[in-house]
Write a protein that binds this ligand. Sequence first.
Ligand code: A2P
Length: 284
Amino acid sequence: MTSSSTSTVPTVTLRSGDARVAMPQLGFGVWRVPDEQAAPAVSTALQTGYRSIDTAASYGNEAGVGRAIAESEVPRSEIFLTTKVWNDKQGYDRTLQAFDDSLAALGDVAPIDLYLVHWPAPAQDLFVDTYRALMKLRNDGRIRAAGVCNFRVEDLRRLHDELGEYPALNQIELHPYLQQRELREFHAEHGIMTEAWSPLGQGGELLEDATVGRIADRYTRSAAQVVLRWHLQSGHVVIPKSVTPSRIAQNFRVFDFELDDDAMSALDGLDRGTRLGPDPAQFG
Ligand code: A2P
Protein backbone atom coordinates (compact mmCIF):
# COMPACT_ATOMS: atom_id res chain seq x y z
CA MET A 1 0.00 0.00 0.00
CA THR A 2 1.29 3.47 -0.74
CA SER A 3 0.58 6.49 1.39
CA SER A 4 -1.78 9.02 -0.08
CA SER A 5 0.05 12.32 -0.38
CA THR A 6 -2.98 14.51 -0.09
CA SER A 7 -5.83 13.95 2.29
CA THR A 8 -9.48 14.45 1.35
CA VAL A 9 -10.58 15.20 4.89
CA PRO A 10 -12.05 18.66 5.56
CA THR A 11 -10.67 20.62 8.50
CA VAL A 12 -12.30 22.53 11.32
CA THR A 13 -10.77 25.54 13.05
CA LEU A 14 -9.81 25.45 16.71
CA ARG A 15 -9.34 28.57 18.79
CA SER A 16 -5.95 28.59 20.51
CA GLY A 17 -5.41 31.74 22.54
CA ASP A 18 -5.23 34.44 19.87
CA ALA A 19 -4.24 31.94 17.17
CA ARG A 20 -6.25 29.47 15.11
CA VAL A 21 -5.35 25.83 14.47
CA ALA A 22 -6.73 23.60 11.68
CA MET A 23 -7.80 20.08 12.68
CA PRO A 24 -9.01 17.28 10.37
CA GLN A 25 -12.70 16.60 11.00
CA LEU A 26 -12.15 12.83 10.77
CA GLY A 27 -9.38 11.18 12.75
CA PHE A 28 -8.32 7.77 13.98
CA GLY A 29 -8.85 6.70 17.60
CA VAL A 30 -6.81 4.05 19.40
CA TRP A 31 -8.67 3.60 22.71
CA ARG A 32 -8.33 -0.01 23.92
CA VAL A 33 -5.78 -0.84 21.20
CA PRO A 34 -2.85 -2.63 22.88
CA ASP A 35 0.55 -1.02 22.28
CA GLU A 36 1.77 -3.78 19.98
CA GLN A 37 -1.34 -3.40 17.79
CA ALA A 38 -1.28 0.39 17.81
CA ALA A 39 1.70 0.74 15.44
CA PRO A 40 0.24 -1.44 12.64
CA ALA A 41 -3.22 0.12 13.08
CA VAL A 42 -1.86 3.69 12.92
CA SER A 43 0.35 2.76 9.94
CA THR A 44 -2.70 1.44 8.10
CA ALA A 45 -4.66 4.57 9.01
CA LEU A 46 -1.89 6.88 7.73
CA GLN A 47 -1.60 4.86 4.50
CA THR A 48 -5.37 5.09 4.08
CA GLY A 49 -5.24 8.89 4.32
CA TYR A 50 -6.10 9.68 7.95
CA ARG A 51 -4.05 12.64 9.15
CA SER A 52 -5.27 12.89 12.75
CA ILE A 53 -4.47 10.38 15.48
CA ASP A 54 -6.05 10.41 18.95
CA THR A 55 -4.22 8.65 21.79
CA ALA A 56 -3.89 9.17 25.56
CA ALA A 57 -1.42 8.40 28.32
CA SER A 58 -3.99 6.07 29.88
CA TYR A 59 -4.30 3.98 26.70
CA GLY A 60 -0.75 2.69 27.21
CA ASN A 61 -0.08 2.89 23.48
CA GLU A 62 1.68 6.23 22.98
CA ALA A 63 4.92 4.35 22.17
CA GLY A 64 3.23 2.33 19.41
CA VAL A 65 1.58 5.44 18.00
CA GLY A 66 4.92 7.28 18.03
CA ARG A 67 6.66 4.40 16.27
CA ALA A 68 4.07 4.36 13.48
CA ILE A 69 4.44 8.13 13.00
CA ALA A 70 8.25 7.89 12.96
CA GLU A 71 8.21 5.07 10.41
CA SER A 72 5.55 6.63 8.17
CA GLU A 73 6.30 8.32 4.85
CA VAL A 74 3.82 11.01 5.91
CA PRO A 75 5.78 13.97 7.35
CA ARG A 76 5.09 14.71 11.03
CA SER A 77 3.99 18.23 10.03
CA GLU A 78 1.04 16.74 8.10
CA ILE A 79 -0.22 14.72 11.08
CA PHE A 80 -2.46 16.18 13.78
CA LEU A 81 -1.59 14.39 17.03
CA THR A 82 -3.72 14.41 20.17
CA THR A 83 -2.89 13.00 23.60
CA LYS A 84 -4.34 13.45 27.09
CA VAL A 85 -3.36 13.78 30.74
CA TRP A 86 -4.83 11.06 32.97
CA ASN A 87 -6.77 11.62 36.19
CA ASP A 88 -4.00 10.55 38.57
CA LYS A 89 -1.66 13.16 37.04
CA GLN A 90 -3.94 16.16 37.50
CA GLY A 91 -2.66 19.36 39.16
CA TYR A 92 -0.29 21.99 37.74
CA ASP A 93 3.15 20.43 38.34
CA ARG A 94 2.04 16.86 37.86
CA THR A 95 0.46 17.73 34.51
CA LEU A 96 3.68 19.34 33.27
CA GLN A 97 5.50 16.14 34.30
CA ALA A 98 2.82 13.95 32.66
CA PHE A 99 3.28 15.92 29.43
CA ASP A 100 7.03 15.22 29.49
CA ASP A 101 6.27 11.54 30.10
CA SER A 102 3.89 11.43 27.13
CA LEU A 103 6.50 13.07 24.90
CA ALA A 104 9.11 10.57 26.07
CA ALA A 105 6.78 7.70 25.12
CA LEU A 106 5.72 9.23 21.79
CA GLY A 107 9.27 10.08 20.70
CA ASP A 108 10.29 12.91 18.41
CA VAL A 109 6.85 14.40 17.76
CA ALA A 110 6.90 17.80 19.51
CA PRO A 111 4.93 19.99 19.50
CA ILE A 112 1.74 18.10 20.30
CA ASP A 113 -1.14 19.48 18.24
CA LEU A 114 -3.82 19.05 20.90
CA TYR A 115 -3.40 18.20 24.59
CA LEU A 116 -6.55 17.33 26.55
CA VAL A 117 -7.58 17.00 30.20
CA HIS A 118 -9.01 13.45 30.02
CA TRP A 119 -11.80 13.79 32.66
CA PRO A 120 -12.95 16.62 34.92
CA ALA A 121 -12.80 14.20 37.91
CA PRO A 122 -14.78 16.71 40.00
CA ALA A 123 -14.16 14.85 43.28
CA GLN A 124 -10.42 15.64 42.95
CA ASP A 125 -11.16 19.31 42.22
CA LEU A 126 -7.89 19.75 40.30
CA PHE A 127 -9.02 20.39 36.74
CA VAL A 128 -8.60 24.19 36.88
CA ASP A 129 -4.91 23.84 37.86
CA THR A 130 -4.53 21.07 35.28
CA TYR A 131 -5.89 23.28 32.51
CA ARG A 132 -3.65 26.13 33.71
CA ALA A 133 -0.69 23.82 33.00
CA LEU A 134 -2.05 23.31 29.47
CA MET A 135 -2.15 27.10 29.01
CA LYS A 136 1.54 27.26 30.03
CA LEU A 137 2.41 24.47 27.58
CA ARG A 138 0.59 26.40 24.85
CA ASN A 139 2.32 29.68 25.74
CA ASP A 140 5.67 27.85 25.63
CA GLY A 141 4.88 26.48 22.16
CA ARG A 142 4.92 22.85 23.32
CA ILE A 143 1.30 22.25 22.33
CA ARG A 144 -0.66 23.98 19.58
CA ALA A 145 -4.08 23.86 21.24
CA ALA A 146 -5.52 23.05 24.67
CA GLY A 147 -8.75 21.21 25.31
CA VAL A 148 -10.71 18.89 27.56
CA CYS A 149 -12.76 15.69 27.48
CA ASN A 150 -15.96 14.77 29.24
CA PHE A 151 -16.46 18.24 30.73
CA ARG A 152 -20.01 19.21 31.73
CA VAL A 153 -21.45 22.71 31.23
CA GLU A 154 -20.66 23.55 34.87
CA ASP A 155 -17.02 22.45 34.43
CA LEU A 156 -16.62 24.56 31.28
CA ARG A 157 -18.17 27.56 33.04
CA ARG A 158 -15.77 27.16 35.95
CA LEU A 159 -12.73 27.12 33.66
CA HIS A 160 -13.97 30.31 32.05
CA ASP A 161 -14.73 31.97 35.39
CA GLU A 162 -11.33 31.11 36.89
CA LEU A 163 -9.01 31.23 33.87
CA GLY A 164 -10.80 33.55 31.44
CA GLU A 165 -11.09 31.12 28.55
CA TYR A 166 -13.03 28.18 27.26
CA PRO A 167 -11.06 25.20 25.93
CA ALA A 168 -10.62 24.85 22.17
CA LEU A 169 -12.51 21.55 22.14
CA ASN A 170 -14.46 19.16 24.37
CA GLN A 171 -14.22 15.46 23.47
CA ILE A 172 -17.36 13.72 24.75
CA GLU A 173 -19.17 10.42 24.38
CA LEU A 174 -21.43 11.16 21.42
CA HIS A 175 -23.38 8.99 18.99
CA PRO A 176 -27.01 8.80 17.81
CA TYR A 177 -28.05 7.03 21.05
CA LEU A 178 -26.41 9.77 23.21
CA GLN A 179 -26.74 13.15 21.52
CA GLN A 180 -25.91 15.55 24.41
CA ARG A 181 -27.89 18.41 22.86
CA GLU A 182 -27.62 20.87 25.75
CA LEU A 183 -23.84 20.46 25.96
CA ARG A 184 -23.41 20.78 22.18
CA GLU A 185 -25.49 23.96 22.19
CA PHE A 186 -23.28 25.38 24.93
CA HIS A 187 -20.20 24.49 22.85
CA ALA A 188 -21.67 26.24 19.80
CA GLU A 189 -22.48 29.37 21.82
CA HIS A 190 -18.94 29.62 23.18
CA GLY A 191 -16.82 28.55 20.20
CA ILE A 192 -15.86 25.17 21.70
CA MET A 193 -15.44 22.44 19.07
CA THR A 194 -17.38 19.23 19.78
CA GLU A 195 -15.43 15.99 19.28
CA ALA A 196 -17.14 12.59 19.52
CA TRP A 197 -15.61 9.60 21.29
CA SER A 198 -17.17 6.18 20.71
CA PRO A 199 -18.77 7.75 17.64
CA LEU A 200 -19.95 4.32 16.43
CA GLY A 201 -21.42 3.40 19.80
CA GLN A 202 -18.43 1.07 20.27
CA GLY A 203 -19.60 -1.05 17.33
CA GLY A 204 -22.55 -2.44 19.32
CA GLU A 205 -26.33 -2.20 19.09
CA LEU A 206 -26.26 1.11 17.22
CA LEU A 207 -24.78 -0.54 14.13
CA GLU A 208 -27.66 -3.07 14.20
CA ASP A 209 -30.32 -0.37 14.62
CA ALA A 210 -33.25 -0.77 12.16
CA THR A 211 -33.39 2.96 11.30
CA VAL A 212 -29.64 3.12 10.68
CA GLY A 213 -29.92 -0.06 8.59
CA ARG A 214 -32.76 1.34 6.49
CA ILE A 215 -30.73 4.47 5.71
CA ALA A 216 -27.62 2.39 4.99
CA ASP A 217 -29.62 0.31 2.48
CA ARG A 218 -30.96 3.44 0.81
CA TYR A 219 -27.43 4.81 0.28
CA THR A 220 -25.84 1.37 -0.29
CA ARG A 221 -23.39 2.17 2.52
CA SER A 222 -22.61 0.45 5.80
CA ALA A 223 -24.25 1.39 9.10
CA ALA A 224 -20.89 2.73 10.31
CA GLN A 225 -20.56 5.01 7.28
CA VAL A 226 -24.09 6.37 7.84
CA VAL A 227 -23.33 7.10 11.50
CA LEU A 228 -20.05 8.81 10.59
CA ARG A 229 -21.88 10.97 8.01
CA TRP A 230 -24.39 11.96 10.70
CA HIS A 231 -21.48 13.17 12.85
CA LEU A 232 -19.75 15.02 10.02
CA GLN A 233 -22.94 16.74 8.86
CA SER A 234 -23.73 17.63 12.49
CA GLY A 235 -20.38 19.44 12.64
CA HIS A 236 -18.58 17.11 15.04
CA VAL A 237 -14.95 16.06 14.89
CA VAL A 238 -15.06 12.28 14.85
CA ILE A 239 -12.44 9.61 15.70
CA PRO A 240 -13.69 6.09 14.96
CA LYS A 241 -11.50 3.27 16.29
CA SER A 242 -10.77 0.04 14.48
CA VAL A 243 -7.95 -2.47 14.34
CA THR A 244 -9.44 -4.07 11.20
CA PRO A 245 -7.82 -2.79 7.97
CA SER A 246 -11.02 -3.14 5.90
CA ARG A 247 -12.98 -1.12 8.49
CA ILE A 248 -10.22 1.48 8.79
CA ALA A 249 -10.61 1.96 5.03
CA GLN A 250 -14.41 1.83 5.08
CA ASN A 251 -14.62 4.46 7.84
CA PHE A 252 -12.51 6.80 5.71
CA ARG A 253 -14.81 6.52 2.66
CA VAL A 254 -17.38 8.98 3.93
CA PHE A 255 -16.71 12.07 1.85
CA ASP A 256 -18.38 10.97 -1.39
CA PHE A 257 -22.00 10.91 -0.27
CA GLU A 258 -24.33 13.10 1.76
CA LEU A 259 -27.36 12.24 3.91
CA ASP A 260 -30.51 14.17 3.04
CA ASP A 261 -32.67 16.02 5.60
CA ASP A 262 -34.99 13.03 6.07
CA ALA A 263 -32.08 10.74 6.95
CA MET A 264 -30.54 13.33 9.29
CA SER A 265 -33.91 13.84 11.06
CA ALA A 266 -34.41 10.10 11.45
CA LEU A 267 -30.94 9.78 13.03
CA ASP A 268 -31.59 12.84 15.22
CA GLY A 269 -34.65 10.96 16.48
CA LEU A 270 -32.65 8.01 17.85
CA ASP A 271 -31.44 9.75 21.03
CA ARG A 272 -31.93 7.61 24.15
CA GLY A 273 -29.71 9.63 26.45
CA THR A 274 -27.91 6.48 27.60
CA ARG A 275 -24.16 6.29 28.12
CA LEU A 276 -21.84 3.42 27.21
CA GLY A 277 -19.00 4.96 29.22
CA PRO A 278 -18.72 6.45 32.73
CA ASP A 279 -20.67 9.44 34.02
CA PRO A 280 -18.30 12.45 34.18
CA ALA A 281 -19.97 13.60 37.40
CA GLN A 282 -18.78 10.45 39.18
CA PHE A 283 -15.67 9.26 37.35
CA GLY A 284 -12.14 9.81 38.60
P1 A2P B 1 -12.59 -3.46 15.45
O1 A2P B 1 -11.61 -2.56 16.12
O2 A2P B 1 -12.50 -4.89 15.91
O3 A2P B 1 -12.58 -3.33 13.95
P2 A2P B 1 -16.07 3.38 18.53
O4 A2P B 1 -15.13 4.11 17.62
O5 A2P B 1 -17.46 3.92 18.57
O6 A2P B 1 -15.51 3.18 19.93
O7 A2P B 1 -16.24 1.90 17.92
C1 A2P B 1 -15.16 1.00 17.87
C2 A2P B 1 -15.70 -0.39 17.74
O8 A2P B 1 -16.45 -0.49 16.53
C3 A2P B 1 -14.61 -1.43 17.64
O9 A2P B 1 -15.08 -2.57 18.34
C4 A2P B 1 -14.47 -1.70 16.16
O10 A2P B 1 -14.09 -3.04 15.92
C5 A2P B 1 -15.89 -1.46 15.67
N1 A2P B 1 -15.91 -0.91 14.31
C6 A2P B 1 -15.13 0.09 13.82
N2 A2P B 1 -15.45 0.36 12.55
C7 A2P B 1 -16.45 -0.48 12.21
C8 A2P B 1 -17.20 -0.70 11.02
N3 A2P B 1 -16.97 0.03 9.93
N4 A2P B 1 -18.17 -1.66 11.03
C9 A2P B 1 -18.40 -2.39 12.15
N5 A2P B 1 -17.74 -2.23 13.31
C10 A2P B 1 -16.76 -1.29 13.35
